[in-house]
Design a protein around this ligand. Structure first.
Ligand code: PXP
Length: 260
């Protein structure tokens, strides 16, 4: 199981004070040393954490493949084509959201999405679609001829948090308190089964499958056991742990959980 380390959260800390440190560029050699397989960065349209210069430097200097997440807006696709990362993951973006809350609306494949994919592939950049785990989204991704899909694991992570703790930090606290544990356990099993079946379908249909969002040291193992998922992209939990352990150890700890 490959690990993409999403280093955006380093820039979140820096931008909180609008200073020069911590610089996400300094994470590259540490990620490599700790055995990360990929660097993942999200260049948001509002540039609230990663800046253009970060993306530019990281893509130029990383010895690991870089997976650039961005919106399908033509102006972002211009930047992605110029930066030429190894892969671009197309994600939905809302200005008011704290983080990417759901998958791309791929169904109906708006002309904008098709055009973004066409332009990136013309530059020989692999394209991944960040989608909700539904059969419809998988089938549409196949029709769009992308190389990768990444399943949004937010629903799984939220149910896990409701069931096993960390409740105060989910957006679903009130609903969770109303649900019996048995129901939550069933919901978690259903979500895992859904991810397992869909990743198998996607692989058989020729897609490479990644997953990410909300994965952490407690909930990651069941996802890591799904053999048809090739890669996980994980950010917040790794960077949060690194505050106490250092980044190298935080990545090593996560890698240890991904061994199947
Ligand atoms: N994958 C994608 C496409 C994302 O947008 C994000 C969040 O930026 C992640 C993975 C990582 O999510 P988290 O920070 O919750 O681990």
């Amino acid at each position: 199981m490959k690990l993409g380390v999403n280093i955006d959260h380093i820039a979140v800390l820096r931008e909180a004070r609008r200073v020069a440190n911590p610089d996400p560029l300094d994470a590259l050699s540490i990620c490599k040393r700790a055995g990360a397989d990929q660097i993942t960065i999200h260049l948001r349209e509002d540039r609230r954490h990663m800046q253009d210069s970060d993306a530019d430097n990281i893509i130029a200097l990383s010895s690991l493949p870089v997976n650039l997440e961005c919106a399908i807006e033509p102006s972002m696709i211009d930047i992605a084509c110029a930066l030429r990362p190894h892969r671009v993951t197309l994600v939905p973006e809302k200005r008011e959201e704290v983080t990417t809350e759901g998958g791309l609306a791929v169904t109906g494949a708006q002309p904008k999405l098709k055009e973004a994919i066409r332009r990136l592939q013309e530059e020989e950049i692999e394209v991944s679609l960040f989608i909700d785990p539904t059969l419809e989204a998988v089938r549409t991704s196949v029709d769009l001829h992308v190389e990768w899909i990444e399943f949004h694991t937010g629903k799984y992570a939220n149910i896990y948090a409701m069931l096993y703790g960390n409740l105060a930090k989910t957006h679903h606290t009130i609903k969770a308190l109303e649900l019996p544990r048995k129901v939550l356990k069933q919901m978690l099993d259903d979500e895992l089964r859904n991810l397992r079946l869909l990743s198998c379908d996607a692989m058989e249909l020729g897609l490479k499958v990644a997953a990410g969002h909300g994965l952490n040291y407690q909930n990651v193992q069941s996802i890591a056991e799904i053999e048809t998922i090739e890669e996980l992209n994980i950010g917040q939990s790794i960077i949060a742990r690194s505050v106490y352990t250092g980044l190298e150890q935080a990545i090593l700890d996560m890698k240890a959980l991904l061994i199947r």
